[in-house]
Design a protein around this ligand. Structure first.
Ligand code: ATP
Ligand code: MG
Length: 346
């Protein structure tokens, strides 16, 4: 196999556990073949992802060459002032900072965390917008009690975002007849809709644009990272191991596409029984700490599993606004930690 065919095959190889190719993730730096001896240089950032990609390449191609050497290109040390992603477009020049709330896994509390962190930022006096990027399961309107609103345009032909609790809010749910109308878009259509929400919504000037991402590590996450200079990613996880596995995948993907990480939020961390005051670690414990240590990113806070959080959220009454002081403090404290962890433009 010559270098050209080898490189082509490498570009189409799938990243382990991700529906993305090495080519799409721009992970191949150089490919050389000399006399049946092959050398591949990878552009991965973390050691973990280097080893994972190396293993995939070796499994697929060892038998093709006399020797196969997969190395990692030495890169300049990681930007520690959390500038922004490699060379993204900027579809939201009106936003000074963009925070993407993600997790590898569904149902861990991304939307709840996004809304309450966004509101906690607004409570500090910042101008904050929240974009519901979960086009197939938009929850932000319900969480912010704006689910009955309908789409409106202003005189400049821009979409008017909903507003509540000090936030400007945009969600695909605003464009559907009822909040439970299912969307049957291909992902390319979903991605164009989100780009339109960045460009054609009258957001005004924002200090923070918070993006509630859909679960997983797919097209929408990648597109957002390519179309916006994400200032910081906030990863939401729960303590159990399967959640950690999924979040590890998300961390590795974001490291590889150079999205800086503000830190981890461990949600549904523990349960305090309201009648006895006993603590139960329903999903185990220490998952967030272990991940934070392993990937060297801050653990921004732990939020317990709490009935009032669930109830308030379902009723469009965010705990950081209408909960008791203890509930408010979980989200406010995380925002303080986040503001310490990252150099935001404010
Ligand atoms: N700390 C908490 N205590 C109790 N319930 C919670 C907590 N955080 C979130 N929930 C509840 O868990 C459910 C899932 O939360 P949420 O919708 O925020 O997760 P998600 O990660 O955005 O889900 P999806 O992947 O479907 O977008 C909701 O009913 C929410 O009210
Ligand atoms: Mg959600």
């Amino acid at each position: 196999m010559n270098a050209k065919t080898f490189e082509h095959s490498l570009q189409t190889l799938k990243y382990p556990n991700l529906d993305r190719t090495l080519g799409e993730l721009k992970l191949i730096s150089t490919v050389k073949v000399n006399d049946g001896n092959a050398h591949v240089e990878l552009l991965t950032v973390s050691d973990d992802s280097y080893l994972a990609v190396k293993a995939v390449i070796e499994t697929a191609f060892t038998h093709e060459f006399k020797s196969l050497n997969v190395t990692k290109k030495t890169q300049a040390p990681k930007d520690t002032n959390y500038g922004h992603t490699a060379t993204p477009n900027n579809r939201a020049p009106y936003a000074k900072n963009v925070i993407a709330v993600t997790s590898g896994k569904g149902g861990v509390g991304k939307s709840t965390v996004s809304v309450n962190l966004a509101i906690a930022l607004a409570q500090k006096g910042y101008r904050v917008g929240i974009l519901d990027a979960d086009v197939y399961g938009p929850n932000i309107p319900r969480l912010t009690n704006t689910d009955l609103e309908k789409i409106r345009w202003n005189d400049d032909n821009k979409i008017v975002p909903s507003e509540n609790y000090g936030l400007k809010i945009m969600s695909v749910a605003l464009t559907t007849p009822t909040s439970d109308t299912p969307l049957v878009w291909r992902s390319s259509v979903a991605v164009s809709a989100l780009i339109q929400f960045l460009e054609d919504v009258a957001w005004g000037e924002l200090d923070f644009m918070v993006i509630d991402m859909p679960p997983g590590t797919g097209d929408i996450q990648l597109t957002m990272a390519q179309e916006l200079p994400i200032t910081a990613g906030v990863l939401v996880t729960t303590p159990q191991l399967v959640a950690s596995d999924d979040v590890s995948r998300a961390i590795r993907m974001f490291q590889d596409i150079h999205v800086p990480m503000a830190g981890l939020v461990e949600n549904m961390s523990y349960f305090i029984a309201p009648d006895t005051g006993n603590r139960y670690d329903i999903f185990g414990s220490g998952g967030g700490e272990r991940l934070a240590e392993r990937y060297n990113i801050p653990l921004l806070g732990q939020i317990p599993l709490n009935m009032d959080i669930r109830q308030g959220s379902d009723n469009g009454e965010p705990p950081v606004v209408l909960g008791n002081d203890e509930l408010k403090s979980y989200y406010k404290d995380i925002v303080e930690e986040m503001l310490k962890a990252v150099k935001f433009k404010i």
